[in-house]
Design a binder for this molecule. Structure first.
Ligand SMILES: [Zn+2]
Length: 217
């Protein structure tokens, strides 16, 4: 089979994202008798180095589109399920409010203890309380400040984790909204959703070439 790289003045939509599942090389564009292929470059150099990957561009596009539609559909179902399950959105915002309120209260508490220590210090200077009394108060308030700080770190970690989840949820919602009714692959969609496509060796006795899509989501 004689094949040449095809050039149409346009980079293929999946170019650079398709890799050989066997050797990991980026597949090269070829054509033969008007049919476009992506093919593992390693095997064209030396057949012993790789068991090869070769797929018709049309068949690849069909598979990728079908899998992308499947992905969007399952994301949409999952989202619907979660929302139905527990009025997810309401719970989310009240949980975040509680966290924020607790964080604010802790910060206030810390400030109060710090002010109390200052007051006690002035009282000691003025001779209202003794050195020993001051040390006692100072030790106790400092311990309280430390406890508050520990709690504060814990709550802030929870808030950060929650916000991360929230932003992931938002991304998923946007993706679903944007690609709910896709009919064909577009460059933006491919760039938004697909990290890479691994193309395997044709299954013997069939025309089936297995692919595995690594999603960005
Ligand atoms: Zn290969």
């Amino acid at each position: 089979m004689r094949s040449k790289p095809y050039k149409e003045g346009q980079v293929h939509i999946l170019a650079g994202k398709c890799k050989c599942a066997n050797c990991g090389k980026i597949l090269a564009s070829n054509h033969s008798k008007g049919v476009k292929y992506l093919i593992c470059p390693t095997r064209t150099i030396n057949k012993e180095l790789c068991s090869g990957a070769c797929i018709q561009v049309r068949s690849l596009e069909e598979k990728v589109l079908k899998e992308t539609m499947g992905l969007i559909q399952s994301l949409a179902e999952e989202k619907k399920y979660r929302e139905n399950q527990s009025s997810f959105t309401n719970k989310k915002s009240s949980y975040k409010n509680v966290l924020n309120k607790n964080i604010m209260n802790l910060k206030k508490e810390i400030e109060n203890y710090q002010n109390s220590i200052k007051t006690m210090y002035l009282d000691k200077v003025k001779g209202i309380i003794s050195e020993n009394q001051f040390i006692e108060f100072n030790t106790s308030f400092s311990q309280n400040i430390k406890d508050c700080n520990d709690k504060l770190i814990e709550l802030q970690t929870q808030l950060n984790e929650f916000e991360l989840k929230e932003s992931e949820h938002k991304t998923v919602s946007e993706v679903i909204k944007k690609y709910e009714n896709i009919k064909e692959l577009t460059p933006i969609m491919v760039s938004d959703l697909i990290q890479e496509v691994k193309v395997g060796t044709r299954i013997q006795g069939t025309k089936e070439v297995p692919i595995k899509i690594i999603w960005k989501l």
